[in-house]
Design a protein around this ligand. Structure first.
Ligand code: PRP
Ligand code: URA
Length: 209
């Protein structure tokens, strides 16, 4: 079973309270999501393997550590996932970015795919799928299946908010995927929205409502 890692660092929790507030407009929403994503990336990358290399400082030669092995890929689920990419790239600028376009059908709440462009070596990379909201889990589970169909095997998921229903769905469909999340909210409402949540992440990011 994949792990659920809740990132309750005070800075993340503080910024999360600001982003939830309905008075927070798109500019601040984008900045806060960007900052939180950078802080979360620190934890998501905690277990990346290191290797020892030899370098020369102005004083002496030394053996020191750099990140080894698989390279990283970030895969935002369009469109709200885009708001999490730059914060991660600031910490891991060499990561490549793939995009998966999905939207939830408002009637069935099931994900509909409309776009996919991945790095050509995505199947050799450690992938972080990002989306602020894990509600029913339909979009996340579909995006992960999409990646697996293309041969990707090392996948972790990073969300700002999750509902228990979404966590359960991803865990049962993809037991190999760890989920990093800033908070797990109470429940979904009748329209599949996380409650208390923050509303519609895409609309709040881009001011479309
Ligand atoms: C939101 C959100 C997730 C999805 C979560 O996207 O960003 O992708 O809903 O819901 P689920 O867990 O029930 O699938 P939305 O479909 O609103 O598309 P958007 O990002 O284009 O606004
Ligand atoms: N998508 C959102 O943007 N917010 C929710 O609460 C659920 C799905």
């Amino acid at each position: 079973m994949g792990k659920i890692i809740i990132m309750d660092h005070p800075l993340i929790q503080h910024k999360l309270s600001l982003i939830r507030d309905k008075q927070t407009g798109p500019k601040d929403f984008r900045e806060l999501l960007d900052e939180i994503s950078m802080l979360m990336a620190y934890e998501v990358t905690r277990d990346l393997p290191l290797q020892t290399v030899e370098i020369e400082t102005p004083m002496a030669r030394m053996r020191t550590k750099v990140i080894a092995g698989k390279k990283l890929g970030i895969v935002p689920i369009l469109r709200a996932g885009l708001g999490m990419v730059d914060g991660i790239l600031r910490l891991v600028p060499a990561a490549r970015v793939g995009h998966i376009g999905l939207y939830r059908d408002p009637e069935t709440l099931e994900p509909v795919e409309y776009y996919c462009k991945l790095p050509s070596d995505a199947n050799e990379r450690e992938l972080i799928v990002v989306d602020p909201m894990l509600a029913t889990g339909g979009s996340a589970a579909a995006a992960i299946s999409f990646l697996k169909k293309r041969g990707c095997t090392q996948i972790r998921m990073m969300n700002l908010l999750a509902a228990p229903e979404g966590l359960e769905r991803v865990q049962s469909e993809h037991p190999d995927v760890d989920i990093y999340v800033a908070a797990v909210d109470e429940r979904l409402n009748d329209h599949g929205y996380i409650t208390p949540g923050l509303g519609d992440a895409g609309d709040r990011l881009y001011g479309t409502k």
